[in-house]
Write a protein that binds this ligand. Structure first.
Ligand code: HOZ
Length: 425
């Protein structure tokens, strides 16, 4: 038995599915999951010493590359001064001011420990602020595993075809209105019917959890207009896109100012960290300033704070977005060329340093079209890549990511390995 397989069978004895998060079990792609020993730059090694070029990047946070020396140094220095205080530390104030300066719609920010927690708290805040109960979300968008937003979820919920409501009381699920992505008409109709009772619309401004799906031109504008018209709040879930598409996130790229923004992933540079922030009058409703309660023992954790500060400092200094975009374009175009040569139908959706390969001949613009992808083909593709030493997300309904540590040579190497993998299909 291989070391990966041996460890995984032990893992299954003590952890449900042998994992701490479902998609890591590789169930939808088959085969034993790899167990990771270490990572550096754009490479990751499993416990058997096999090397992979990493396009998972820990599901998005690793924009600087693994074990970036400046981030590691900052975390090590802080560790010697204590791991958690349960009281305010100066790094929180530094990071909060950086976030407020960089993200156009944020005046004030509250730190939490994950993206799920950020969105869950943002929805509570929207309900508390508006005194309304309905939440609008879009099919295929995933906002973490918060009860209200699991319905028609992307990510692992889509990967495993889970209805998204097991364990969620019907009364709770009924308060979520689910609409198709990229369909302004459905949105306008929903607002005509329920507008006065809608607390907020939650959206990934670029969907990353049904695979990458870009918003069509009029869609985000329509959401902004409807939420304004009915005095509902617009919540951008920028857990994936924040600091990845630009320093100001998707909202800066598209020129939209949401009322509340949720952040995570890149913000923590690989440490557990989430945040939600927005306009001052809204954020002042959060306890202890206002009546909407939300708290956390590890919130504002100093290790996460220094990792976040260092990550943002490097991004501000290096401005890697053009580089990342260009490198990602070359990789995506290279893959497309290889698939075309083999006559394999596909579509690649890409923006900045994130993209998804769908095995379909339809344009992918919502969850329905994303689901037209041949997931059996994806599973074979995934396994062939893994065997050639290329790691991508073990699910069709996720995004591939690049980091500043990927070089042109790494992309050339990756394309060589991907060619071998495609030839073997
Ligand atoms: N938050 C990730 C989806 N984009 C999934 C991470 C996981 O399920 O482990």
């Amino acid at each position: 038995m291989s070391k990966n397989a041996e460890l995984f069978s032990l893992a299954k004895r003590f952890m449900p599915g042998g994992v701490s998060s479902p998609v890591r079990a590789f169930k939808s792609v088959g085969g034993d999951p790899i167990i990771v020993e270490r990572a550096e730059g754009c490479k990751i090694w499993d416990v058997e010493g096999k090397e992979y070029i990493d396009f998972l990047c820990s599901w998005g946070p690793i924009i600087l590359g693994h074990a970036h020396p400046e981030v590691v140094q900052a975390v090590c220095e802080q560790a010697h001064k204590g791991l958690s205080y349960g009281l305010t530390n100066p790094h929180e104030i530094t990071l909060a001011s950086m976030v407020a300066n960089l993200v156009p719609s944020i005046d004030k920010v509250r730190f939490v420990s994950s993206g799920t927690e950020a969105v869950m708290s943002a929805v509570r805040l929207a309900r508390g602020y508006t005194g309304r109960k309905y939440v609008v979300k879009f099919e295929g968008c995933y906002h973490g595993h918060y009860d209200s937003l699991l319905v028609s979820g992307g990510s692992g919920v889509a990967t495993f075809g889970i209805p998204g409501t097991a364990g969620v009381p019907e009364e709770m699920a009924k308060l979520t209105l689910v609409l198709p992505y990229n369909n302004p008409h459905a949105l306008i109709e929903a607002f005509e019917k329920y507008g006065e009772d809608i607390a907020c619309v939650v959206i990934e401004p670029v969907a990353g959890n049904m695979g990458v799906v870009l918003p069509e031109e009029d869609f985000l504008k329509a959401i902004e207009e409807q939420t304004k018209k009915y005095a509902s709040l617009l919540i951008f879930d920028e857990v994936i896109t924040g600091f990845r598409l630009s320093l100001g996130g998707a909202q800066e790229l598209f020129g939209i100012r949401p009322d509340i923004t949720c952040l995570g992933k890149v913000l923590g540079g690989g440490m557990p960290l989430g945040a939600y922030g927005g306009k001052e009058d809204i954020m002042n409703k959060v306890s202890p300033e206002g009546p909407v309660y939300q708290a956390g023992t590890l919130s504002g954790n100093p290790l996460s704070m220094v990792a976040g500060i260092k990550t943002l400092e490097v991004l501000i200094r290096e401005k890697p977005y053009k580089y990342l975009e260009e490198l990602t374009r070359r990789l995506a175009e290279g893959i497309s060329e290889l698939l075309r040569e083999k006559g394999i139908p596909h579509r690649i959706n890409r923006i900045g340093s994130m993209f998804t390969v769908f095995f379909t001949d339809q344009e992918v613009k919502d969850f329905q079209s994303a689901k037209s992808s041949d997931t059996q083909m994806f599973a074979r593709f995934f396994r062939a890549l893994l065997s050639e030493g290329v790691l991508i997300p073990p699910s069709q309904f996720e995004a591939w990511f690049l980091s500043m540590a990927h070089t042109q040579k790494d992309i050339d190497d990756a394309l060589e390995r991907i060619k071998k993998a495609i030839d073997s299909l």
